[in-house]
Design a protein around this ligand. Sequence first.
Ligand code: ATP
Length: 367
Amino acid sequence: MARLTIDSTWKKYGEFLALRDINLDIKDGEFVVLVGPSGCGKSTLLSIIAGLEETSYGTLTLGERDVTDLSAKDRNIAMVFQSYALYPTMTVRENITFGMENRRVPKDEQKKAVADVARLLQIEPLLGRKPSQLSGGQRQRVAMGRALVRDPQLFLFDEPLSNLDAKLRVEMRTEIKKLHKRLGQTIVYVTHDQIEAMTLSDRIVVMSGGVVQQFADPDTIYREPANKFVAGFMGSPSMNFIDVDVEGSQNDIRLVYRSNGAELVVPLGTRHEELLPYVGGKVTIGARPEHFVLDGKQEGALVPITARVEVVEPTGPDTMLVFQVADLSLVAVLPANFRPAEDEEINLLLDLEHVCFFDPETTARIP
Ligand code: ATP
């Protein structure tokens, strides 16, 4: 297994810049997930790592080797695709051994390798079947088996669970996590699904517009997003953003939202000194749905808010609430037993300890 370093890497398709100055240092044995909206460059970056696309500029190092100019087959990287890419006319056993045949691995080694991965992935009874005789989850396992027998330095996964139904996705997610724990490979994994990103990864790369917006562990991404894009992209329901005026003075900062005669005032007192440079200007408040609570002990950090209920959506474990404050429509996630009526006026508390603030010009989080 090996460390992967991506240095100052750019990718141009004609005049279009698909990747801009990517710098990532992925540790040996690390599970890194690439996430971002459609078209942000995730698959392009994965293809560049695999050697299926050339870089326009930059260097890739795998272990001790500079692999930038090596072809895909010389990089010792295995890739599991969304489509699984199994050969339909071959049995599961033949699909798994195919690559080894090509590399002229001795027959007894092939046999042992197949037996080992089949046991690991619990596909022993399926070895004689064709892909058409397998379920989606079983095909997924075979595709992983084929990658595993190669004993590569690096595994790449391109949305491997997106063709599975919701329940199977969760099961396979757990299996991939267990497998990583057991085998400790270096993995780069692309997904649209932020829950997959949060649960599987050691670190997450959040991309947009061909640029890495943040590369950090899941907790940091969630609690200390680098900017408004990362904050809004990660988390479901999404973070609420409120653009406010910063008023007052050193000992008495107030955040004020005014629109059409309605007003929301958030008194900060001496909290959040980091906002002092913004007095007289504006900031954006970023409040996650769980930052609105019904009660709590941190007096001073909890700001009372009167809200009018718009929509109540019980999700099972929680109640999702869409509510109105001034003329803003915001979302909160509250305990399941809280079931106000629509149009009811309720009192919520905004947890100032955990909300984020963003610079309205740069969109960076104010640390
Ligand atoms: P998705 O989640 O939809 O798969 P992605 O984040 O993987 O998206 P990429 O497939 O990496 O995005 O594409 C990044 C950008 O590069 C897109 O705007 C895409 O249209 C463009 N692109 C990708 N391949 C080519 C190509 N061969 N020629 C020109 N533009 C391309």
